[in-house]
Design a protein around this ligand. Structure first.
Ligand code: HPA
Length: 275
């Protein structure tokens, strides 16, 4: 058996020993967006470090724990802090928490990220992810396919659920939130892109760029979750403004949009169809 699968099975057993809770929705909170966890009526928090076999998040602004609880009546689990390829994790390691959330029962995945804007440059813009480009990074599905987790060649024509997108759009409209939409492209990082890379991304059809999300969404679709993705534009992408890029600025910008994004996610989760 492949090493990551051994670790995943170990982590699942370790999690089940510590938490007796079946979430319907898994939520990934991106850079600077971890504050959303405060709107969860918490039942249990579980630091990744207490789960045997689980990699740890090392990035500033990422706490590194699962938060189990309720949003309204809906049982959820939120990842406060995600894992990134640039931390040195393989794609299979990066998606381990996604697979864990699915194995504990989550049928939906709500994934957020901080992103550099190509089509949208205003800081704090929220962008519904309609599709993605993952071809710059390794697939988490490379290697042995375990049929209990999904098929060898999963379809990606609707990586992001139109049904969930429609719910989010209605919520945005009713609450006066200006929700843009577009294609997200993932780079490895950790360095921000060059202006030439951003021109390439734009020519390939990307509206926003970042260092996460697409590998997670691939794993989520593989295992059968329905996905809603939202980017928070924290800066114009490289070369599209006079300034330079920094992680501190990204976190600060994400803080500004946090409340709006929180409302959007909360209301959308409450309206998700029963599964
Ligand atoms: N590039 C990549 N990742 C990012 C950016 C960016 O400009 N902003 C926030 N995350």
């Amino acid at each position: 058996m492949q090493e990551w699968k051994i670790q995943l099975d170990k982590a699942y057993a370790s999690l089940k020993e510590q938490v007796d809770f079946e979430p319907k929705v898994g939520i990934v909170l991106g850079s600077g967006l971890g504050g959303f966890a405060q709107s969860i009526e918490v039942v249990k928090t579980l630091p990744y470090s207490q789960i045997e076999g689980m990699p740890r998040s090392t990035v500033e602004g990422h706490v590194g724990q699962f938060v189990f609880g309720y949003i309204g009546e809906v049982p959820v689990v939120a990842m406060q802090g995600r894992l990134h390829m640039y931390e040195g994790y393989t794609a299979q390691e990066v998606v381990m928490p996604i697979r864990l959330m699915a194995k504990t029962g989550a049928k939906y995945l709500v994934v957020t990220n901080a992103a550099g804007g190509i089509s949208y440059k205003e800081i704090g813009t929220l962008m519904l992810i309609t599709d993605h480009i993952s071809s710059m990074v390794a697939s988490p599905l490379i290697g042995t396919n375990y049929e209990d987790m999904g098929v060898r060649f999963p379809d990606m024509t609707q990586a992001y659920s139109r049904q969930l997108a429609d719910i989010a759009k209605s919520v945005a409209e009713e609450n006066g939130i200006d929700l843009k939409q577009g294609v997200y492209m993932q780079f490895y990082g950790p360095q921000f892109e060059t202006p030439a890379e951003i021109r390439m991304a734009r020519n390939m059809g990307a509206d926003a760029v970042g260092m996460s999300t697409t590998v997670e969404v691939i794993a989520a679709r593989h295992i059968g979750m329905q996905v809603l993705g939202i980017s928070c534009i924290t800066n114009p992408a490289a070369g599209l403004s006079q300034g330079t890029l920094s992680h501190v600025d990204v976190q600060h910008a994400a803080d500004i949009a946090g409340e709006k994004l929180g409302l959007l996610i909360r209301e959308t989760i409450i309206r998700l169809p029963t599964v």
